[in-house]
Design a protein around this ligand. Structure first.
Ligand code: NAG
Length: 560
């Protein structure tokens, strides 16, 4: 009788080839291990290692016969290739930026050499380490003097980067110190004191750069700082996000969309008896908030309404667990500063004033979280929005979460605002329409202020003014919004993702439905099961369009 494990002759060759989804999973895991091990962000060792990894992966990917792949695999191929090139570009950019602040950190290479010896666990000579520490201290003191005397000038963006670099190097040295200290008696004898001196010197160096070179104001708490990436930076990002429009064209689209919103909001305003003075109508809507203690019930009711609505009209599949297992939490006052409205995803985070907020702030936060604004976004945050999307992303083609992009993530949630609006049976009352339009204007303004900021045409305070003037934001919420945009956690195009991703999805939906390829529910389910990617590739996947290995964006969705 044949041994079953011997008797499968063709088994090895084909099935031992790495599938594209497995390749994506491996690249993600490899990168994670590499960046966790080589975690001194400005080290040349790290740069070289990551660079060679990425180039190897690109070469290996390109040896695959693209034409023989299925459409699903072709999409993974293009996504992965795009991802690898973007990472390589990012790495080059980081390295080039070092030139900008190198004069401020003449001690960096010595610090890095100590920390990387510890990383590889090389034999360590405490006396030599002490000598290096001493030298580092001298170097720090010398550069501090030069900064004080105004002899080390760098531009503001470079100074801000130097602040991060100095703080990070200080952390690495402390970690290295803790690795040896008191395990190795001679280390303590030699290194403890010099390290303490270096640590103290680095600590006081940070505010010196921050206030003297980066021009930050020590008296302003939570000052908004950000670094424009410039037009070149934006173009590279747009190519990576597969958006075939220039920043200027996108600003024009946003202005057109804004003009449409303005017409609609004036119509609603007239219905409420405020004439064309829509900001008065908006103010009236903002005063419709629930009394203290009742916000959680409001949000829960609205969340349930969204789920029932899509179920009742058969718009998208909502698995039982997706609706059953998310939880609600309250947003801390600290978090409300950067996220003034409620947030959702795996759970729902409710914003509402706390007892110890000053009277004026309480009023502002209540107005910002009124009934009608909340109704327009509860479903955006939960179902069919982010909650449903993340639930499905964990379960279908989950490897593609590596390709997460705001154009898909935020685009999907806002797309539902457009779908609900276009049906005409969800936002019916003038108050509810104003609530929805407020957000839509907000997303137009987001494109305008964030692109202008990165083009170097607007400052952060001007961005705040734009949000107040164009959208009717409370000043505190506008400041939170601008802070959130530029504090470095978000990609530069994040704020463009909402409106543009939504427009792309909405137009793709129309195309798919018009061609009679899918029902509305099938379309929405197919989008979620495809998982995350630029919408142009989603279009190629769903409409089975031709792809090439070096595919570039060309879909002029807005012109059609
Ligand atoms: C670098 O990695 C070490 C070891 O895992 C860790 O303790 C340290 O916090 C990391 N440092 C930074 C700045 O990421």
């Amino acid at each position: 009788m044949d041994e079953p494990w011997v008797a499968v002759p063709s088994y090895s060759a084909k099935s031992h080839q790495e599938s594209l989804p497995d390749r994506v999973r491996r690249v993600k895991a490899d990168l994670n291990d590499l960046t966790t091990f080589y975690n001194v962000s400005i080290s040349d060792t790290r740069y070289t290692r990551l660079h060679s990894f990425l180039l190897n992966e690109i070469a290996s990917l390109e040896s695959i016969k693209f034409d023989q792949l299925s459409q699903q695999d072709k999409v993974d191929f293009v996504l992965l290739r795009n991802f690898l090139h973007r990472q390589a570009r990012q790495l080059d950019l980081e390295r080039a930026r070092k030139d900008g602040y190198a004069v401020l950190v003449p001690f960096a290479s010595l610090v890095i050499s100590i920390c990387e010896d510890r990383q590889r666990v090389e034999p360590m000579r405490p006396d030599l380490t002490a000598q290096k520490m001493h030298q580092i201290k001298l170097d720090i003191n010398q550069i501090k003097d030069r900064v004080r005397e105004g002899k080390a000038e760098v531009d503001k963006a470079s100074a801000l980067r130097a602040v991060d670099v100095v703080s990070e190097l200080r952390e690495h040295l402390a970690e290295t110190y803790r690795f040896y200290a008191s395990y190795d008696p001679l280390f303590d004898w030699w290194v403890a004191q010099p390290w303490r001196e270096v640590d103290a010197a680095l600590k006081t160096y940070v505010p010196l750069i921050r206030y003297q070179l980066a021009g930050m104001n020590p008296d302003v708490e939570d000052e908004i700082v950000g670094q424009p990436i410039g037009r070149d930076g934006l173009l590279a990002e747009l190519a990576a996000e597969m958006i075939a429009y220039s920043p200027e064209e996108l600003i024009t689209i946003a202005r057109e969309q804004y003009a449409w919103c303005e017409e609609q909001i004036k119509a609603a305003s007239r219905e409420l008896g405020f004439g064309d003075r829509w900001k008065r109508a908006l103010d009236y809507v903002k005063r419709q908030s629930v009394p203290p203690g009742e916000q959680t019930k409001l949000v829960l009711d609205l969340a349930r309404e969204g789920t029932s609505f899509v179920r009742q009209h058969d718009l998208v599949t909502v698995p039982v667990l997706a609706d059953e297992t998310y939880r609600m939490f309250m947003m801390t006052p600290e978090d409300q500063k950067v996220a003034p409205f409620f947030l959702g995803g795996p759970s729902i985070l409710v914003s509402y004033p706390t007892a110890d907020m000053p009277y004026e702030l309480k009023q502002m936060v209540m107005r910002g979280n009124n009934r009608h604004f909340s109704r327009a976004v509860a479903f955006h945050e939960l179902i069919p929005g982010h909650r449903l999307q993340m639930f499905m992303a964990e379960r279908h083609n989950s490897h593609r979460q590596l390709f997460s992009t705001p154009f898909f993530v935020e685009g999907w949630a806002m797309y539902w605002e457009m779908v609900f609006w276009s049906r005409g049976d969800f936002f019916v009352s003038a108050e509810d329409r104003i609530g929805s339009l407020f957000w839509r204007m907000h997303r137009c303004a987001r494109i305008i202020f964030s692109l202008n900021f990165h083009l170097g045409k607007m400052t952060a305070p001007e961005c705040v003014d734009l949000l107040v003037d164009w959208v009717g934001h409370e000043r505190s919420t506008a400041e939170g919004e601008v802070k959130r945009s530029f504090n470095g956690d978000w990609s530069p195009l994040y704020q463009c993702g909402y409106m543009l991703g939504a427009l792309q999805l909405f137009l793709l939906r129309r195309e798919a439905l018009e061609k009679g390829l899918l029902s509305e529910k099938q379309f929405n389910d197919a989008v979620l099961k495809s998982n995350m990617m630029p919408i142009e590739l989603l279009r190629a996947l769903l409409l089975d369009q031709e792809l090439s290995p070096d595919y570039e964006a060309k879909w002029r969705f807005y012109d059609e």
